[in-house]
Design a binder for this molecule. Structure first.
Ligand SMILES: Cc1ncc(COP(=O)(O)O)c(C=O)c1O
Length: 420
């Protein structure tokens, strides 16, 4: 999104009236005074200062969730207070208007039709709607990745038992030499019986980005539905929903968008809306209305009210610049340790088109659990151990709330551990 879009978006947001009270956007950072690049540390330090810093440790595990800038946190607290003051009047009379405001803001951000967008609590919920609600027939085949997120793999395994579908796993190479290698890992498993391919847009284990649109193009030729888990790609990589050529896209907004916990979405191509079963029974909406997938019971509306605020914060930086900064952070530290003896990177870190901020590292002689434990106990650097049949290492996930000094501390810790 362009800066001009941000300016008009923020003006609209500042004027937002949530029925019953004025909830104003506040404390957004000033726009950069000059064009900045991914290495302009003065600018990035001023962005970093908008986040509260964890005390006593360096957080390089922003992949689980990414904490909010102070302005979003304040907005969230204000929204919660406001709902609490409005009582059930808000829930009975005003919450739907708040949901619709959030929907249209998110649809603008994702460049999609809001009538194809269900606001949900997270990616797990979004993808379970697809996996459990798809009109399967016994014997239908699904192609999924060997490094897909555990909850999706488990959901497919449950669906296999329940509906008699057959699962085929694509072995995604860890350091592919070309898109073709990744595409073929999936397409070689397509048969006349394949009904769906499930793709993880940015693999959480390694940080690898999958060529989603190219695989989707081939799936389309065989009438195979394309479901994309974009949990780690939204607000991390610059793209619009249409770029993916998918039929279903699910993501969480508490990851790279830095929205409060418990916010996500499912986008679904219009023609699928009537044929999918909602996860929770709904007869209140017409079958062609996307809102029938939002029947999740009483939920914290304040997290949804924050979506326009979080998008405005993101747009202040801009998707393109943020993507470049995140990749720069990843390459900053990987390039410094890549040639250190005993260190192995499990991410195609040199190929910038296949990565974002996440990378995975192993050190000979250390299990991932041991390495993560030493990083935290001795160096006060928090990461996460990944122990998986396809990949073993420690995942390192910086975000805009990190500084170059954080990464220098990581590099020196890894170098010291590997020489010990
Ligand atoms: C690739 C991927 N998909 C889905 C999820 C689940 O996200 P959530 O817990 O927000 O549903 C994660 C969480 O880390 C993930 O990495």
């Amino acid at each position: 999104m362009q800066r001009r879009d941000f300016i008009s978006g923020s003006i609209a947001l500042a004027g937002t009236t949530l029925i019953g009270t004025q909830l104003m956007s506040h404390s957004l950072p000033p726009p950069p005074v000059k064009a900045v690049g991914e290495t302009d540390e003065d600018y990035w330090n001023s962005v970093r200062a908008l986040y509260a810093r964890p005390e006593g440790f360096i957080n390089l595990e922003n992949g689980y969730f990414s904490h909010q800038p102070a302005s979003t946190l304040e907005f969230h607290q204000q929204s919660e207070k406001d709902i609490n003051t409005r009582t059930s009047v808000f829930m009975r009379k005003e919450q739907q208007a708040a949901i619709e405001t959030a929907r249209s803001s998110l649809a603008g951000f994702l460049k999609c039709d809001g009538e194809e967008l269900a606001l949900l609590r997270n990616t797990t919920e979004a993808m379970n709607i697809v996996i459990m609600g798809f009109p399967w027939k016994k014997g239908d085949e699904v192609v999924l990745g060997n490094q897909d997120y555990g909850s999706m793999t488990e959901a497919f395994q449950q669906a296999a038992k329940r509906f008699g579908i057959v699962l085929k796993y694509a072995n995604v190479p860890l350091r592919p030499g070309s898109d073709e290698e990744v595409i073929q890992a999936y397409t070689r498993l397509f048969t006349r019986k394949t009904r769906m391919v499930h793709l993880t847009h940015l693999i959480n284990l390694s940080g690898q980005v999958i060529p989603v649109a190219k695989i989707a193009d081939q799936a389309k030729e065989l009438n195979i539905a394309v479901a994309v888990d974009s949990a780690h790609a939204v607000a991390h990589l610059e793209f619009g929903i249409g770029d993916l050529q998918a039929d279903f896209v699910g993501a969480s907004l508490h990851k790279w968008l830095c929205n409060p916990l418990g916010s996500g979405f499912l986008w679904m191509r219009k023609e699928f809306i009537p044929s999918l079963w909602p996860l929770m029974g709904d007869t209140s909406q017409p079958v062609n209305n996307i809102r029938r997938f939002e029947h999740v019971g009483t939920r914290p509306i304040q997290t949804l009210q924050c979506i326009p605020e979080s998008i405005a914060f993101h747009n202040k930086i801009g998707s393109s610049l943020k993507e470049r900064r995140l990749r720069y952070l990843m390459q900053y530290w990987t390039s410094k340790v890549a040639n250190v003896p005993k260190i192995k990177l499990n991410t195609p870190w040199k190929d910038i088109t296949r990565c974002g901020a996440i990378a995975n590292i192993a050190i000979e002689g250390y299990t991932p659990g041991k390495l993560a434990e030493i990083l935290f106990s001795k160096y006060r650097i928090f990461t996460v151990a990944i122990e998986h049949p396809a990949i073993n290492g420690v995942r390192i996930t910086p975000h805009l709330s990190n500084t170059i000094e954080d990464l220098d501390a990581l590099v020196s810790a890894l170098t010291e551990i590997s020489s010990g």
